[in-house]
Write a protein that binds this ligand. Sequence first.
Ligand SMILES: Nc1ncnc2c1ncn2[C@@H]1O[C@H](COP(=O)(O)OP(=O)(O)OP(=O)(O)O)[C@@H](O)[C@H]1O
Ligand SMILES: [Mg+2]
Length: 224
Amino acid sequence: MILAKNIHKYYGDLHVLKGLDLHIEKSEIVSIVGASGAGKTTLLQILGTLDKPQKDKDSTLQINNIDIYGLSSKELSKFRNKNIGFIFQFHQLLPEFTAIENICIPAFIQNMPKKKAELRATELLGFLGLQNRARHKPGELSGGEQQRIAVARALINNPAVIFADEPSGNLDTESAENLHRLFFKLRDEFQQTFVIVTHNEELADMADRKIIMQDGMIIDKKEI
Ligand SMILES: Nc1ncnc2c1ncn2[C@@H]1O[C@H](COP(=O)(O)OP(=O)(O)OP(=O)(O)O)[C@@H](O)[C@H]1O
Ligand SMILES: [Mg+2]
């Protein structure tokens, strides 16, 4: 599903990622942990195709058997919208739009007809227990609800993989546990693949595989 080889990244003189190799299978839930500054977000942004590794290092990234660095920037935007979902620590919902409108945005970018997108969004809202919140704006929702709306937005195009960076970092314990359970339910029911950066040890240990990063390197790939 995801194959990354020799991923290097520099910010100026700072060598942030030092030649990482990674292989992630379909329907796997992989957690990435490590101290602040270890390079977790940088790696996730590169795997999520939002950022690129160092050119001269001959890096490879394949997602769904597509060679990412062989795509033009237009093809890449299209690929990303179709195949990759993101969940961030702060939900990044658009405040002026309702929950259902926020969920539909990635589908509209794919040119999915409005009716079809809304139907799919409504299904997802039902699955997430939020059917009564469809017409609310983010400011009228709790933190846990906002984050579940962000999950629905990540899911609307049936992405091959969802990348999450500290998805429960801003939630209380109960909402965090609900969100974590939801990830596993989505994996069990829809074979959804997840790569999750987290400081939450419980979530990290629930994963099929925990990858530990230190100083821009993977120091341990522990099978759980
Ligand atoms: N745009 C940037 N420009 C310069 N340096 C950067 C940039 N982004 C990140 N860095 C540096 O790269 C290193 C890795 O950052 P990264 O955000 O990947 O860490 P992280 O493991 O996600 O940390 P945290 O757990 O605090 O989120 C840090 O030293 C950071 O200061
Ligand atoms: Mg980070």
